[in-house]
Write a protein that binds this ligand. Structure first.
Ligand code: SF4
Length: 308
């Protein structure tokens, strides 16, 4: 198997090395926005799993300018290794939830940095009005824009439980609107949500195979301190996979996934000090090494079970 370098799946690192000739590193940024699922526009309290930092626990501080956050991110990364290329990643909260003039200012500030190759924006599909789409289309002519949409699951009962706050059609409309403008779409999914079995998770993968998306994040559910999910877990602990169970589940997801979809994440990156369960996920290197060994032993590759 050498379709994607040494890996048995189509990884983001592989794509970026092909395009830029080297590893491209993410700098997580905080644009100082909130989220309509927290401020009352769509809901209060946010998604049930979302940490106080709006799922942007590693993002820079919103008190610093984007230029400063980029400089600090570069300083941290280059301490350990030589790095020349970056993805400016707006991660915390909902990064299109602001007046378009403000968004223009922060996005432009990010892409003005000559070392920034890609602008990546995490948002909700119900936060992409026409003026924002136009702005993204304009920036996409200057540097590639990725939009990461938090879908998590296709199942309505789970979406209600996690308080996602929008129906599946809204996701479909957002994907269509972005693709009409040639903007790459990355979909964020969560594996191990309460009430979902393996078949349901694979149904989410099958559904995404039919959508015009370019990337996926497969994130294992993290139970983080201070979230309503943690309260539910304390009251009644629900199933959270062991590493072996998760590796086997990932194997099935990877085998089912359309081969052209780039995998941007296969584990989770929860902050250790907030993590209640599953604790083994903090050993990210071990998880990935075990997965790579498992894929080889089981002779699994991305798309092995995908049929058009
Ligand atoms: S949409 Fe994102 S930022 Fe908002 S509550 Fe949900 S996970 Fe958190």
């Amino acid at each position: 198997m050498n379709r994607w370098g040494e890996k048995r799946y189509h990884s983001m690192d592989y794509d970026l090395k092909e395009l830029y000739g080297e590893k491209v590193y993410k700098i997580t940024l905080n644009g100082g926005m909130t989220c309509p699922n927290r401020d009352g526009k769509v809901g209060h309290g946010g998604c049930i799993f979302c940490s106080a930092a709006g799922s942007g626990d590693f993002a820079g501080s919103a008190t610093c300018s984007i230029t400063k956050q980029l400089a600090m991110g570069k300083e941290n990364l280059t301490k350990k290794r030589p790095v020349h290329s970056y993805i400016a990643y707006f991660q915390a909260f909902t990064n299109t939830y602001a007046p378009v003039e403000y968004l223009r200012q922060i996005y432009m500030e990010a892409i003005q940095d000559p070392d920034v190759q890609i602008l990546s924006i995490a948002t909700r599909p119900d936060c992409l009005p026409d003026d924002v789409l136009q702005l993204l289309e304009e920036i996409n002519q200057i540097k590639p824009v990725w939009v990461e949409l938090g879908l998590q699951t296709i199942h309505p009962q789970t979406a209600t439980y996690i308080r996602r706050g929008y129906p599946l059609e809204v996701f479909e409309e957002a994907v269509n609107n972005l693709r009409k403008r040639n903007i790459s779409v990355i979909t964020h999914t969560i594996l191990g949500l309460p009430g979902e079995n393996e078949d349901m998770m694979l149904e989410t993968i099958d559904y995404l195979n039919k959508m015009d998306i370019q990337g996926i994040k497969l994130q294992l559910l993290h139970i983080l301190k201070g979230t309503d999910l943690a309260l539910d877990y304390e009251k009644q602990p629900f199933w959270s996979p062991t590493m072996e169970e998760y590796i086997s589940l990932l194997g099935k997801c990877i085998a089912s996934l359309r081969p052209d979809i780039t995998i941007h994440r296969l584990t989770g990156d929860g902050p250790k000090e907030l993590l209640i369960a599953p604790l083994w996920t903090s050993q990210k290197r071990t998880v990935l090494n075990t997965l790579h060994r498992y894929l080889k032993e089981q002779d699994i590759w991305q798309g092995k079970e995908y049929h058009v």
